[in-house]
Design a protein around this ligand. Structure first.
Ligand SMILES: NC(=O)c1ccc[n+]([C@@H]2O[C@H](COP(=O)([O-])OP(=O)(O)OC[C@H]3O[C@@H](n4cnc5c(N)ncnc54)[C@H](O)[C@@H]3O)[C@@H](O)[C@H]2O)c1
Length: 375
């Protein structure tokens, strides 16, 4: 099998999500990491590349040189993963797209709305592909939920409760030099949103992905509990959705006892479903007037939807890495022309996420004023 040649920007020693992308890219064996500008520190970039088996002439200390050099090589990369902090997304995304290289970028799209508009212009004029890793959309049961709602199994959606709760910023660890906390709480690097940008965008994306409904207006209450913290670490958002549905989104990084509690609860006129990322292989489904059913990942009664994206027999847990791998395999299918990437989050979802952050910030500044939301 011919593997796609993958490059990476960010993800060197001590970085978090780059390693997850590398594992995800290899689960279905469709990518080979051959080039990288893995760190903002040239020495660390070179050492990280050597440890990952990247040839010295394909380890770069500057992503713009990497984009140009790889585009000029006959065996240059097909696709690059951008896994740098948010303020360092726009420039490499644009450099690689202009060089004709497809891009997988982690969320949120970037740090500012102006950058988002610029990225969108370049994506829309490029023949290369752009995919944003809202990876929770890769879980089999999340895709199952989306299909069941699209098929009308819950009826018209009335209420959606969606949350992403963590507790790792309950103390201001950014003041003790914790690297991931430091840039996430610095508006110059994270963008204006804190929890709302870092994890609220995942929840917001899931809400649209699963219900298929657009948001029409929102009212936000953002707060920072961390001492001296410049961005929100807790957000409550009310949303009015297309068709009259009401949604409530909670994103928190100070909710002690929660690790990565991504939770979906969706209720329609005919039934309701509930799913929790920390126990992702089960979903509860209740038809009105009937006993609650527990659906399992790849198990009986699901149809093809979830089993299309599971690799092992039901009862063997799959989770975060395999869901992430479903995004990577989707990218391989897209680049190889096997489908049009219908399930993959792309530039529209990226723009919606940035508009979500901006609208929440403006609403919160005005005491939760209801603001319309339209892309
Ligand atoms: N999808 C998810 O579930 C998920 C989870 C965590 C993080 N993320 C996103 O991934 C991105 C990275 O987050 P992280 O937690 O891995 O951050 P991190 O601080 O752990 O790693 C960032 C890496 O980028 C490198 N870097 C910075 N500037 C660079 C430059 N100019 N050239 C090359 N490398 C550079 C750093 O040296 C480091 O290796 C963020 O946008 C974040 O929002 C997504």
């Amino acid at each position: 099998m011919k593997r796609l040649k993958l490059g990476m920007v960010g993800g060197g020693y001590g970085a978090f999500i780059g390693g997850v992308h590398r594992i995800a890219s290899r689960i279905d064996d469709r990518f080979e990491l051959v080039a990288g500008a893995l760190s903002s520190n040239a020495d660390r970039a070179a050492k990280s590349a050597a440890d990952l088996g990247i040839a010295p002439d394909r380890s770069y200390s500057d992503y713009s040189i990497m984009a140009k050099t790889e585009a000029d090589r006959s065996d240059g990369i097909d696709v690059v993963s951008i896994v740098t902090p948010n303020h360092m997304h726009a420039a490499p995304v644009i450099a690689f797209l202009r060089a004709g290289v497809s891009v997988i970028c982690d969320k949120p799209l970037c740090a500012t709305l102006a950058e988002a508009d610029e990225i969108a212009r370049v994506v829309n004029s490029s023949s290369a592909h752009f995919v944003l890793t809202h990876n929770y959309t890769g879980y089999p049961l999340v895709r199952q939920a989306r299909r069941m709602i699209a098929n009308g199994e819950l009826g018209v959606i009335r209420v959606a409760q969606i949350e992403y709760a963590q507790d790792w910023l309950a103390k201001s660890i950014e003041n003790d030099g914790q690297k991931q906390a430091a840039w996430r709480t610095d508006p110059a690097k994270s963008g204006g949103g804190g929890a709302i940008g870092d994890i609220g965008t995942h929840a917001f994306n899931l809400l649209g992905f699963v219900t298929g409904l657009k948001t029409e207006a929102l009212s936000a209450d953002l707060h920072s509990f961390g001492e001296g913290r410049k961005v929100d670490d807790n957000a409550h958002i009310l949303l009015r959705m297309q068709g009259g549905a009401k949604a409530m989104l909670w994103a928190s990084q100070i909710a002690i006892g929660n690790e990565n509690r991504v939770r979906l609860r969706i209720y329609g006129e005919k039934g309701g479903l509930e799913w929790d990322q920390e126990n992702p292989n089960v979903m509860s489904l209740t038809a009105h007037g009937e006993a609650r059913r527990i659906l399992t990942c790849g198990g009986a009664g699901l149809g093809d939807s979830a089993s299309d994206w599971t690799r092992i027999p039901s009862g063997h847990p799959e989770g975060y890495l395999e869901g992430f791998a479903n995004i990577y395999s989707g990218v391989a299918d897209l680049i190889e022309g096997k489908n049009k990437g219908e399930l993959l989050p792309g530039i529209d979802e990226g723009l919606q996420g940035m508009l979500f952050i901006d609208t929440c910030l403006r609403s919160a500044e005005n005491n939760g004023e209801w603001l319309s939301f339209a892309l």
